[in-house]
Design a protein around this ligand. Structure first.
Ligand code: ATP
Length: 455
């Protein structure tokens, strides 16, 4: 549905979720900047992932590795010389395209090759295009100095494998256990497209779960379930996800089982996350590459072996995009006079919403209302994002918050300040985004009431 996607992209720009990187200078293809609301949304996702993956589990530890990566690490892992996509050239438009998905190939960069007409174009044979981005380190590095070469990591996983032994030795932990990491990765994608879906700079949320060989397949299924539950909890429902059990011959050669978790984006069903049983491939290649032992010694059985690995690897930007696509709604309303209206509302799960609560004085000129709003705001701010707004009619303020997905709005009115008698003094109106219903709550109980609903 391209129309829906256009609306989403335009809302994201208009309200400050996502901007193209370097837009002022014509834009940097495949790179995106998250604006104030996008940054909050992404942070909420990463924090919740960390909480569920590391904080609330005894068997997973976190780490935060360097982006710049030793070339030997990526030689041993097989990335150097091996991490590429098949690419074809179109002889008519001179464009270059990823060849593994020819039916979706969009050659439309030049008027001579319009989308859909590309099948008439003459394409070259596919050849490998290196996706790795590199740089030179050090003040004395020259362009041809091979020792100065370093890579921007193409995945966060490798620093986990490389630090596996240090983490094992510095923590009292036994198999099975995992190491988790959230961070930037870089790939020189041939055709960045579908908004932030395929970018050249992106963030990943990865777990490498080390285990005994006989447990690998079972744990892969368990992680798949845990990950599906996670998506449910952030507002991406099970029925919008597709699980692809990647068949023999299409998996990486070392993988005994791979599930792709895919989401129904407006532009098609596409991968959000891969859950792969990678056997002992990774630690074996690093043991060989470094010449250092990476075996695990099992105290109970007195066995020495290289642990196997199950890897749930999710894309942060893709998940943010899925949450945005899932939340976007245009609701048709009819007011008392029968007038029709469309309400744009982002139905984010409260725990993911960039702004948790809007706070409004009914009348911006009423000093007591404003003072109370500011006081409530100060009480809530250590715990959540609060947005104060006194501009225009309250109804308009609600709509502005609906459009960015704020689940609750608080209004301080004349009842609150006791002008209509003592009964409602000290209470505020809380308005719910989804139902648009309102209820009266005491100011004293607001923090607990809200915390209950946003955790
Ligand atoms: P694709 O087939 O879409 O290129 P992939 O199978 O190469 O993805 P993995 O190497 O398994 O991806 O990376 C794990 C996760 O990292 C993906 O599921 C995705 O969420 C994210 N990811 C990978 N490449 C990109 C990218 N170019 N832009 C945004 N996210 C990405």
């Amino acid at each position: 549905d391209p129309v829906r996607m256009e609306k989403i992209v335009s809302l994201c720009k208009r309200r400050g979720f996502i901007f193209q990187a370097g837009e002022l200078y014509g834009g940097l293809n495949g790179c995106w900047d998250y604006g104030p609301l996008g940054a909050e949304l992404k942070r909420n996702l990463k924090d919740y992932w960390w909480r569920k993956t590391v904080q609330e589990r005894d068997d997973v530890l976190g780490m935060d590795g360097a982006i710049l990566t030793h070339q030997e690490v990526l030689k041993a892992s097989g990335h150097v010389g091996g991490f590429s996509d098949p690419m074809v050239d179109c002889k008519a438009c001179k464009g270059r395209f990823r060849a593994d998905n020819l039916e979706n190939l969009e050659c439309g960069q030049k008027p001579s090759c319009k989308p859909g007409e590309h099948k008439n174009c003459e394409l070259t044979e596919p050849r490998a295009f290196d996706l790795m981005l590199s740089t030179k380190l050090g003040a004395l590095a020259t362009d041809d100095d091979p020792k100065a070469l370093a890579y921007l990591r193409p995945e966060t996983a490798q620093s986990i494998f490389v630090q596996y032994k240090n983490i094992l030795d510095s923590n009292r932990i036994k198999l099975p256990f995992g190491i988790a990491q959230v961070g930037k990765s870089f790939r020189n994608e041939i055709n960045p497209r579908n908004y932030t879906f395929r970018s050249r700079e992106f963030e990943q949320m990865e777990i490498e779960y080390f285990c005994r060989p006989e447990d690998g397949l079972r744990l892969t299924d368990e992680w798949l379930e845990a990950r599906l539950k996670f998506y449910e909890e952030i507002g991406v429902p099970r029925e919008k996800l597709h699980i692809l059990d990647v068949p023999d011959g299409e998996r990486a050669f070392y993988s005994k089982k791979t599930y792709d978790i895919e989401y129904e984006f407006p532009f098609g069903i596409q991968e959000l996350e891969g859950v792969a049983y990678r056997t002992d491939y990774d630690l074996s290649v690093h043991q060989k590459g470094s010449g250092r032992p990476l075996e695990y010694f099992d105290e109970e059985t007195k066995e020495r072996f290289i642990p196997h690995v199950v890897e749930p690897s999710a894309g942060c930007d893709r998940t943010v995009l899925a949450m945005i696509c899932e939340a976007f709604d245009e609701e048709e309303l009819t007011d008392e006079k029968g007038k029709k209206d469309v309400r744009t509302v982002m139905r984010f799960m409260p725990r993911m919403a960039p702004i948790k609560v809007g706070i409004f004085p009914l009348l911006k000129k009423n000093e007591e209302q404003v003072r109370l709003c500011r006081e409530i705001q100060k009480t809530l701010q250590p715990w959540m994002t609060v947005f104060y707004d006194d501009g225009g009619a309250v109804g308009r303020r609600y709509r502005r918050q609906d459009e960015v997905g704020t689940p609750f709005c608080i209004t301080v009115d004349f009842d609150t300040i006791g002008e209509n008698g003592p009964e409602l003094q000290g209470t505020v109106t809380v308005r719910h985004r989804d139902s648009m219903e309102q209820e009266r709550l005491p100011i004293d109980g607001l923090l607990a009431w809200l915390l209950d609903r946003i955790r």
